[in-house]
Design a protein around this ligand. Structure first.
Ligand SMILES: NC(=O)c1ccc[n+]([C@@H]2O[C@H](COP(=O)([O-])OP(=O)(O)OC[C@H]3O[C@@H](n4cnc5c(N)ncnc54)[C@H](O)[C@@H]3O)[C@@H](O)[C@H]2O)c1
Length: 276
């Protein structure tokens, strides 16, 4: 069902790799709500994934950019403004990758060069995008920027590794830049802390399926899917949330405020009795 929440709005969507991607779902929902957008991803991800099919479906363009590269970002932003003939209203940062996770380096045996890359790709890229947009005055007043986080930014989840540090930094950037961009241009900046979701990035975490099952058992509303997440992102891009900024917003079916659920307790007792 469409409410025309984004009628006339224009934006940039980072991170649509394939149909599972949260960014892909967001593009679909944004189009349904009347938005126009430019898609972007790294050249390697464009080859590996299926972003061109998404662009074709919505009659838009893909501008390649490595979000850690400032020249790429400036080129992306100026070409996007050229494409639309003016400024944009929303940006989605749906980017995450840890080379340490990929190489299965334990958090207590981390490779520091790769650690820098994790932080650059998954967190500092958010600052780079915001700073480039700010300097190029690319976002209209009351525009909205959203990035995706995970609860491991605040609580320890085994195997999330250096991505936990990246997510903490990402949430902090939303607050620090949110103050400046809000005060000077009325642009709002938020992060959404999403349930574990079966995507390419998610599935890179060791034991990810168990994490999904655990979160499902603990969440009174169940895990939020990528489609649910896209819906939430649309509300943040819309004019209905104009005074929401500098927040980390949990979108997790209630998981973040749970301690123990009956389903969780039952699973633990079953596991313990099987062990005896
Ligand atoms: N899947 C989950 O369980 C989950 C939960 C909470 C938050 N998130 C976050 O959601 C966001 C989107 O991930 P997803 O789950 O849709 O997976 P995904 O793998 O579909 O998307 C990750 C994207 O990051 C892009 N990317 C990687 N390096 C980049 C770079 N240097 N420049 C530009 N783009 C780059 C990839 O090409 C890919 O499109 C990430 O920030 C992720 O951490 C995911």
């Amino acid at each position: 069902m469409s409410y025309n929440l984004l009628k006339g709005k224009k934006g940039i969507i980072f991170g649509a790799l394939n149909e599972q991607s949260i960014a892909w779902k967001t593009a679909e929902h944004a189009a349904a709500e009347g938005a126009e957008f430019v898609l972007t991803n790294t050249p390697a991800s464009m080859r590996f994934g299926t972003i061109d099919a998404l662009a074709e479906k919505y009659n838009t363009i893909v501008i390649p950019a490595d979000a850690t590269n400032i020249e790429d970002l400036e080129n992306l932003i100026s070409k996007t403004m050229e494409h639309f003939g003016g400024k944009i209203d929303f940006v989605l940062h749906s980017i995450g990758m840890s080379p340490n996770v990929r190489k299965e380096n334990a958090y207590n045996d981390i490779n520091y060069n790769l650690y820098h890359q994790t932080l650059d790709i998954s967190a500092i890229s958010f600052h780079k995008i915001l700073q480039a947009c700010y300097k190029m005055d690319a976002i209209n007043e009351w525009g909205s920027v959203v990035a995706l986080s995970y609860i491991a930014a605040e609580r320890t989840f085994c195997n999330y590794n250096d991505m936990a540090d990246a997510k903490s930094m990402l949430e902090s950037i939303a607050r620090s830049f949110g103050y400046i961009y809000g005060q000077e241009k009325h642009v709002r900046i938020n992060t959404i802390s999403q349930s574990p979701t079966k995507t390419t990035a998610g599935s890179g975490i060791t034991g990810f399926n168990n994490l999904v099952d655990y979160a499902e058992m603990m969440s009174p509303l169940g895990n939020a899917s990528a489609d649910d997440c896209a819906d939430y992102i649309i509300t943040l891009f819309s004019d209905l949330t104009r005074k929401v900024t500098m927040q980390n917003l949990f979108h997790d079916g209630g998981f973040s405020n749970m301690g123990m659920s009956i389903k969780g307790m039952e699973a633990i007792s079953k596991g313990l009795s099987e062990k005896k």
